[in-house]
Design a protein around this ligand. Structure first.
Ligand code: PEP
Ligand code: MN
Length: 337
């Protein structure tokens, strides 16, 4: 941590800061410039709140320099992590396309989705059985029946399956039917759920919260990693801003930022990122161009009649076209699909 003293800070105030740092187990290095004194704090606790120093008399600013997450930081594995699931690698040279409907609706729908996804060359099918809906009156998902349908469709077409887990009690059921467990944006800070997923032995795709900073996303990942589950994939799915032309603002810059800060694979979800079908392909292309290790796309044989998120869901031909475009973009950035 660096503590910058005000220009007119007194010697007593400076000493007070130094004493406090030493009391907290830091080594304090004082550097007295012509204008201001700066105190560098080395060692001590990683979870120290810099605000405790910002509020001290004579202090202009205090900033943490080292990252507060120990296992999610890139320094932990500078070469990057490859999350390997049934022959599909997240974080390797290939960009992983995950696609399928927002919700599993019935056997016919998910089987058709599996054909569209597999025929287009994607390797993971998505589909929610437990849906976090903004309204309690909206379709809430088919639960275990839906997961059985998803599993059967995925297995028939040799695809992996990803589905959302909303609460601790659902973890064993999701582990039985899905290959990857998705934590939705609304649950990114459900720390009890994250801790339990740390004990699970299944890869977890952790979505960025609706109003979460990148640091908060990485701290949430830390909960899972610290439980011993290192198979964590991060996902940018749009954040809430003051912009109203899109459902969310797809923060493409989060992709290279996270790739630099963390060793974990990072994917993009342009469907929830923009919420509008005609903007999904441009944002998916942008995500791959920005270095995403994968994309998560909502696709349905009849999106206008989908039970949820129809407006942001591609139809099969739009998805096929997007796949061809993504192949070109991936090649342009030295990767493949
Ligand atoms: C979903 O993937 O359908 C979903 C609910 O996503 P999010 O948590 O990003 O809103
Ligand atoms: Mn959805």
């Amino acid at each position: 941590m660096l503590v910058v003293m005000q220009q007119d800070a007194t010697e007593a105030q400076i000493q007070n800061v130094i004493d406090r740092l030493i009391g907290l187990g830091f080594n304090a290095h004082r550097s007295t410039g012509v204008i201001q004194t700066v105190i560098g704090a080395v060692g001590g606790r990683v979870d120290l709140d810099a605000a405790l120093f910002q509020i001290m008399d004579g202090v202009q600013d205090a900033k943490r320099i080292t990252s507060p997450y120990k296992l999610a930081t890139r320094n932990f594995r500078p070469g990057g992590t490859i999350v390997s699931v049934g022959g599909v690698e997240f974080g390797g040279p290939r960009v992983v396309v995950m696609a399928g409907p927002c919700s599993i609706e019935n056997v016919d729908q998910i089987e058709r989705a599996a054909d569209v996804v597999a025929d287009a060359g994607a390797r993971v099918i998505r589909g929610g059985a437990f849906k976090p809906r903004s309204s309690p009156y909206s379709f809430q998902g088919l639960g275990e029946e839906g997961l059985k349908m998803l599993r059967a469709a995925a297995t028939r077409r040799g695809l992996l399956a990803i589905s959302e887990v909303m609460e601790i009690a659902q973890i064993p059921m999701l582990c039985e039917y899905a290959d990857i467990l998705q934590v939705g944006a609304r649950n990114m800070q459900n720390y009890n759920l994250l801790r339990e997923l740390g004990k699970a032995r299944k890869p977890v795709l952790l979505k960025r919260g609706i109003a979460a900073t990148i640091e908060e996303l990485l701290l949430s990942a830390e909960y899972i990693l610290s439980g011993g589950n290192y198979d964590v994939i991060l996902c940018e799915r749009g954040i809430r801003t003051f912009e109203t032309h899109t459902r969310n603002t797809m923060d493409i810059s989060a992709i290279p930022v996270v790739k630099k800060l963390s060793h974990l694979p990072m994917v993009g979800d342009p469907s929830h990122g923009v919420g509008l079908r005609d903007k999904v392909a441009p944002m998916a292309r942008a995500a791959v161009a920005a270095g995403a290790d994968g994309v998560l796309i909502e696709v349905h044989h009849d999106p206008d009649h989908a039970f949820s998120d129809g407006a942001q869901t591609l139809n099969p031909s739009q998805f096929q076209e997007l796949m061809s475009e993504l192949r070109l973009i991936a090649a342009a950035v030295g990767r493949s699909i």
